[in-house]
Design a protein around this ligand. Structure first.
Ligand code: SAH
Length: 219
């Protein structure tokens, strides 16, 4: 179909200009971004804009993150393949799909039941059978499947939720937006070494929807 071809071309252009063109280097991340059909995770009226350089509405007052930020954060996780990954705030399921292209398996946790259901449906339809979406409060992580090699958080908390540090295995990486102001946050990368010590680094300024939950913002 013509539209499909246009979207495939738009995806290639997106990777060339917004991802590789802005300094994302990890070949695994670039390959994953070239592969996942973002239009499938975007509601029908916004499909033509699936490869725009922006976040888009996905319903329930939430957004699918800007492609560049998804790529940058996943690159910061330093995945090499084979990892067990948690994503907090799965929304449309798009970032979970990108993670699944690289990692062994992905647990996604989403607090909005409607989004969780739709994300699982989309991922299953596209054949992402190594992703499981759970409905719940991801500010507490997801203990039943811990520890994780890598944790990605796609919504911003005022502080780093302690459970996410606990659920990281030694050597694991956590990448999340944090900030006391709702409108401005930084992406922080936290690595836990073999002895459980933490190394932190702030990567860039961002603006994410709030992480709402026990260890996040109040609803
Ligand atoms: N990664 C998503 C981005 C969605 S926006 C994508 O690719 O589409 C962030 C999501 O975090 C929203 O869907 C919001 O409902 C969810 N969220 C906010 N607080 C949460 C919490 N405590 N636990 C789980 N999900 C949460």
């Amino acid at each position: 179909m013509r539209q499909e071809k246009d979207l495939a071309r738009a995806r290639e252009a997106m990777v060339a200009t917004q991802i590789a063109g802005r300094g994302v280097r990890d070949p695994r991340v670039i390959a994953a971004m070239r592969k996942v059909p973002r239009e499938e995770f975007v509601p029908e009226p916004h499909r033509a804009h699936a490869y725009d350089d922006s976040a888009l509405p996905i319903g329930c007052g939430q957004t699918i993150s800007q492609p560049y930020i998804v790529a940058l954060m996943i690159e910061a996780l330093g995945l090499e393949g084979g990892e067990h990954v948690l994503e907090v705030g799965s929304g449309s399921g798009y970032a979970a799909a990108v993670l699944a292209e690289i990692a062994a398996d992905v647990i996604g946790i989403e607090r909005q039941p409607e989004l969780a259901r739709r994300a699982q449906e989309t991922l299953t339809r596209l054949g992402y059978d190594r992703v499981t979406i759970i409905e719940g409060d991801g500010s507490l992580g997801y203990a039943p499947a811990a520890p994780y090699d890598a944790i990605l958080v796609s919504a911003a908390a005022p502080e780093v939720p302690p459970a996410l540090i606990e659920q990281l295995r030694p050597g694991g990486r956590l990448v999340l937006p944090v900030g006391r102001l709702r409108a401005h946050q930084v992406v922080r990368r936290i690595e836990k070494d073999g002895r459980g010590r933490l190394r932190e680094e702030d990567i860039t300024g961002v603006r994410f929807v709030p992480l709402v939950g026990k260890a996040g913002w109040k609803a």
